[in-house]
Design a protein around this ligand. Structure first.
Ligand code: UDP
Length: 489
């Protein structure tokens, strides 16, 4: 066991162990939650993989930032993979599980101060709930995906029973009618696993099923959203998990609480080096003239798709800032030279970086819209900054979220499935020129509601306080199995 930032433990302090999924977006959200807990005076341990901790320390100031909190410490473990391994999501999750299960048991066995009194794992780590129950420690998973996708997951048993999944045939426009609250809305193409033909062999479907069965056996559930955005779905989710703490948008919650403590929001939680020249470039652009293009930290595109997006953007005549990660495409011809030639071809209106300070970019007045893969963090960050979106969803929650962006919240366009330069050009013009005011008005309204939700007395502000109060009440139980009164339908 490898402790960093080891700090003096206060005697009776409630002690939270946070365990994020080892990828960028959950690490970002969990670090925000960790800092919020630090501000609330809790003892906090942040369990990170060695691999990600090294990246985090190399590219951010997390070490010095968190050293201000004497009750905080990082704890690191191996993810079970050699350093040079490409770490595909599936391999990473199963390899980490083999290391994390015995490790968690070992950590929770430690009863001398500071004993862990509450575990907050990513909800995908369903096994942490079983371990907590076994060891008599309360577990409150944090689900970092979109609540609209979580609700689809929670409806899986119904969908399987009704014969809606796995899919028979290839009709992607067919409606899925057995997700309560989404009747007439959700098509197969909006489903998290939209080509699902076998539930037993699909790794992600299996993980989702395990996750939803662990939720009712948890003490509660944390979600990064706000009541005014997801209210109707939250009522449905609460029918499975009554103790659902809705504390988002976390970045704003943190900003508010830091201000309460006369501190200012500091730097990022990025695993890669942020190219700050993107901000300088934006400084030289007119207000709301630039569309920001980013497909998050994991999604990949084919080289053909990249070219269609590029030509569509160039032909639209709109300025754009594009994050082209070095692994945005797995195809060999997608390399430094290819990206350089693209960028050189449109220097006057386009700027390309390999990783951007996204929250700062979205907050910049020159940004008028976001072409996004609809990852949940990106979606929340865009709503917070009042930037309408064009959605090119790739997988999992992105597919449901993008449908909500287009049809429920009406704060952008869901492009989905047909990647063609003419469509890209048309949608970019639609978002940035033709229907700019319409989209801006709807997203500004949500942005204001988001701000209100984390302001003093707002629902997310209060929910965070309830969460902290509840955590303070949690002690170590006798080893038992916690059964939540609700059950999976
Ligand atoms: N991000 C960033 N710089 C970039 C691209 C993304 O800092 O150039 C951050 C972004 O702010 C967000 C996270 O990476 O917090 C991506 O999370 P999201 O849930 O949107 O997508 P994922 O990467 O999980 O698919």
């Amino acid at each position: 066991m490898d402790y960093e930032n080891t700090a003096e433990a206060s005697e009776m302090s409630p002690h939270v162990l946070l365990f994020p999924l080892p990828i960028q977006s959950p690490i970002n959200s969990m670090l925000q939650l960790a800092e919020l807990f630090c501000l609330a005076g809790l003892q906090v341990t942040f369990l990170n993989t060695n691999h990600n901790q090294q990246l985090l320390c190399r590219h951010t100031d997390v070490q010095s930032r968190f050293s201000q909190y004497p009750k905080f410490r990082f704890l690191t473990i191996s993810d079970g993979l050699p350093e040079e391994h490409p770490r595909s999501f599936g391999e990473l999750i199963s390899s980490l599980q083999a290391v994390a299960e015995p490790f968690l048991r070992e950590v929770l066995l430690l009863t001398e101060e500071p004993a862990v009194t509450c575990v907050i794992p990513d909800a995908l780590f369903y096994y942490a709930v079983d371990i907590g129950n076994e060891m008599g420690v309360s577990v409150i998973p944090f689900d970092t995906i979109s609540p609209c996708c979580l609700w689809v997951y929670l409806s899986f048993p119904n969908l399987i029973q009704a014969g809606d999944i796995p899919f028979k045939g290839n009709e992607l426009d067919m409606l899925i009618e057995n997700v309560p609250g989404m009747k007439g809305l959700l098509r197969r193409r909006d489903f998290p696993f939209y080509r699902l033909t076998n539930c037993e062999t699909d790794l992600f479907c299996q993980l989702a099923l395990k996750e939803i069965h662990s939720i009712p056996r948890s003490h509660g559930l944390i979600l990064n959203t706000f009541e005014d955005l997801d209210g109707p779905l939250l009522s449905l989710i609460r029918s499975h998990c009554p103790q659902t703490y809705v504390v988002g948008p976390l970045q704003l919650q943190l900003k508010t609480r830091l201000a309460d403590h006369k501190r200012i929001m500091s730097s990022s939680n990025s695993l890669w080096e942020e190219d700050l020249s993107s901000i300088q470039w934006l400084d030289a652009q007119p207000i709301e003239s630039v569309i920001y293009v980013s497909f998050g930290s994991l999604a990949t595109l084919t080289k053909g798709e990249i070219l269609e997006f590029w030509h569509g953007l160039v032909n639209s005549g709109i300025r754009f800032l594009w994050v082209m990660r070095s692994n945005l495409s797995r195809e060999e011809e997608f390399n430094h030279q290819f990206v350089k030639e693209l960028a050189d071809g449109c220097k006057e209106r386009a700027y390309v970086v390999t990783w951007a300070p996204q929250e700062k970019v979205l907050a910049h007045p020159a940004i008028g819209g976001f072409l996004t893969h609809s990852g949940w963090n990106s979606t929340m960050e865009s709503i917070v900054q009042g930037k309408p979106m064009i959605c090119w969803a790739v997988y999992v929650d992105q597919r449901v979220t993008s449908r909500f962006v287009g049809e429920v919240w009406k704060i952008g366009l869901d492009m989905k499935d047909i990647c063609d330069r003419y469509i890209v050009e048309k949608e970019v013009k639609d978002l940035m020129v033709t229907n700019k005011d319409k989209f801006k008005k709807s997203v500004d309204k949500l942005s204001m509601l988001a701000k209100n939700s984390v302001g003093q007395g707002g629902p997310s502000y209060n929910a965070f306080q309830y969460l902290v109060d509840d955590i303070k009440k949690l002690g170590r139980r006798d080893k038992d199995i916690y059964i939540n009164p609700s059950s999976i339908g």
